[in-house]
Structure formats: C-alpha cells, structure tokens
Design a protein around this ligand. Structure first.
Ligand SMILES: Cc1cc2nc3c(=O)[nH]c(=O)nc-3n(C[C@H](O)[C@H](O)[C@H](O)COP(=O)(O)OP(=O)(O)OC[C@H]3O[C@@H](n4cnc5c(N)ncnc54)[C@H](O)[C@@H]3O)c2cc1C
Length: 290
C-alpha cells in the first residue's frame, strides 16, 4: 500500500516546527523516525494532509548530563540511547530497554520522542520512563511545560500532548549511587513487540531492607502502569517472600488485554514471573553496589 497524498515540510528549528503545526491544525502530523507513523500511513489508518519532518530540526537529538539530570533530546535514536556512555553509566535500565526494541534497522531510525508520543502500552521506553521518574518537556505556541511520565500516558496511544505541541526533551533525575535495577520482557521471538515487560529499581538501607522501590509494567493495561501497591509492600522489608508477594500484587493490579498474540490471563501470569525475576535482579545488584 502507498500513503494518501500529503504535503511534506522540513523545518530546521523547534519554533518553525511549532508554527507549522499550529498552521496545519488537526490534519498535520509530526514525522520523527517514521517507524510507527509510516506503516500506519501506508495502511491508510493515518492520513495526515501535512507531514512536518523533525529530522532537520537542530538541537533536539543530543544526550547530555547536568549535575542532577540526564537530558535526552526527543530525536535521539533508539540505538543512540542504547549505546550512549552517559545513559549506560547513569541509566543502565534505559539502555537495556532500548536494546529490546524491534530490530537493528528499527533502532537505527526510531526515536525516543516518537516512541513516547506514540504511547503503545507494550513499548519499552514508556515503561522505562515511568520506572525512572522521567519528565517530558513539551514545546508549543505558549512556550514549554514539563509533564511527569506518571501524568503523561492517558490510555491506548493517547497522551497529555496537545495537537500543537512537540515533545522536545526527556529528562531523567540522576539516580542515587548503588540503585539496583532490572528490566525483562517476554516476546514471542527476539525483535517482536513484548507480550509483557517489567522495569524495576530498588534502593537498600544499610540493614539490607528496601528503602525505595519503583516498578513499571508494559502490557498490563491500556498504558504503562506504576505498581504502587507492590512498591509499598517492599519498603522496610527484605527477602524472597516479600518479593513474591509484591510480584503477585503487580499481577493483580494489572488488567492486560487478550488479543491474537496472547490471552490476558497468560500476560498476567507473565507479569508476576517477570516482576519476581526483575526484583530479584535489582536487589542483587543493589546489594553488590553495582
Ligand atoms: C517491525 C517493527 C518492530 C517494532 N518493534 C518495536 C518494539 O519491540 N518496541 C517498541 O517500543 N517499538 C517498536 N516498534 C516501533 C518503533 O519503536 C518506533 O520507532 C516508535 O514507536 C515510534 O518512533 P518514531 O521515531 O519512529 O516515530 P514516528 O513513527 O515518526 O511517529 C510516531 C507518532 O509520534 C508522533 N511524534 C513523533 N515524534 C514526536 C515528537 N517529538 N513530539 C510529538 N509527537 C511526536 C508522530 O506524529 C506519530 O503520531 C517497531 C516498529 C516496527 C516497524
């Protein structure tokens, strides 16, 4: 299939892109890596009359660190995130999650901003962003605003982005030293979309009990989900029993859909298994201070 006719525009600055988006109105769409949008256009499930290509926009693809944050431009490719020294050092969970996205060709073109804006509930980056307390910088005609990952994902393929806004930056607070982490997913084969994925971080007190935990699940509902009940169960505790109970709580709090790839019940069981394994891994590397 070929896409319906569209006008192609290639701005070189964020300001220009925003004003083209405002001019284009409801019929305009941003093009980032094109790895989700172009297949939808080819199938004519999306028929924008104006396509605003972000690939020539300057200043939105770098990966930098400040004193307290890692800042990733929205046009950073999945592969750049996976291979970045800064990301691997401060956000190894994010680097690990990037390596699970699709195939090498997809990772060479797809962008972190496109993945977050597309908001597929089984996608790796939205889940990792939720777990790592990311904030998204949205730029529109009235300036910029920052939205926490927790408030950004609304439902299936739906976010807090307004039609005239561009996601320009993803900001991650630098984690405290020694934070344990884990990321695991189950897919039918390497490169497929996940049936379910779980990301977790764990901080330990000197006595070995959990002082802080963050757990996020992909494939557990219509958006990535934080597992607050499971996190609360972990705090002040340690041991395999509490990890198992937290994993059961994560599965119970999920409401995974049934589709051609898997039943909801199977996904729920896998969320329990993955959560238990991810928490065990996170606890282990927190204990070793990795
Ligand atoms: C074969 C295949 C396998 C894949 N496997 C996976 C997988 O396992 N896991 C996974 O997560 N993804 C997977 N993907 C999707 C891939 O990760 C996409 O790259 C990603 O979902 C979208 O990023 P993009 O840069 O390609 O965005 P595009 O496709 O260009 O855009 C996607 C949507 O986001 C909007 N958008 C893009 N950038 C911005 C921005 N900066 N601000 C506001 N809106 C914006 C666009 O208007 C569009 O609506 C796969 C894709 C293919 C084709």
């Amino acid at each position: 299939m070929k896409p319906a006719r569209f006008e192609y525009l290639a701005p070189t600055s964020v300001e220009e892109a925003v004003s083209l988006l405002v001019e284009g109105g409801e019929d305009a769409k941003l093009l980032a890596g094109g790895q989700s949008l172009v297949p939808l256009m080819n199938l004519r499930l999306a028929q924008p009359s104006v396509l605003i290509d972000l690939n020539k926009v300057e200043g939105i693809s770098s990966i930098t660190e400040s004193e307290d944050a890692v800042v990733i431009g929205s046009m950073a490719r999945h592969r750049a995130v996976a291979e970045s020294e800064v990301v691997r050092r401060f956000l190894p969970l994010l680097a690990e999650s990037a390596g699970h996205i699709g195939y090498p060709a997809i990772r060479a073109r797809g962008t972190i901003g496109g993945s977050i804006a597309h908001a597929d509930p089984v996608s790796e980056f939205p889940c990792a962003c939720l777990c790592l307390h990311a904030e998204f910088v949205l730029t529109g005609p009235a300036g910029t605003r920052q939205v926490r990952a927790e408030d950004f994902f609304v439902s299936y393929l739906t976010t807090a982005l307004s039609p005239d806004e561009i996601l320009t930056e993803v900001r991650f607070p630098k984690p405290s030293p020694g934070l344990g982490w884990g990321f695991l997913e189950l897919a039918r084969k390497t490169g497929d979309f996940a049936l379910a994925a779980v990301a977790a971080t764990v901080a330990l007190s000197p006595d070995g009990t959990c002082s802080e935990a963050s757990i996020a699940v992909a494939g557990g509902g219509d958006r990535p989900l934080r597992m607050v009940e499971a996190e609360t169960m972990l705090k002040g505790n340690q041991g395999d029993d509490v990890i198992a109970r937290a994993a059961t709580a994560a599965a119970t709090s999920s409401n995974p859909p049934s589709d051609i790839h898997s039943s909801g019940d199977f996904r729920r069981q896998m969320i329990e298994v993955l959560t238990r394994r991810v928490l065990t891994a996170a606890w282990g590397n927190a204990r070793r201070g990795e």
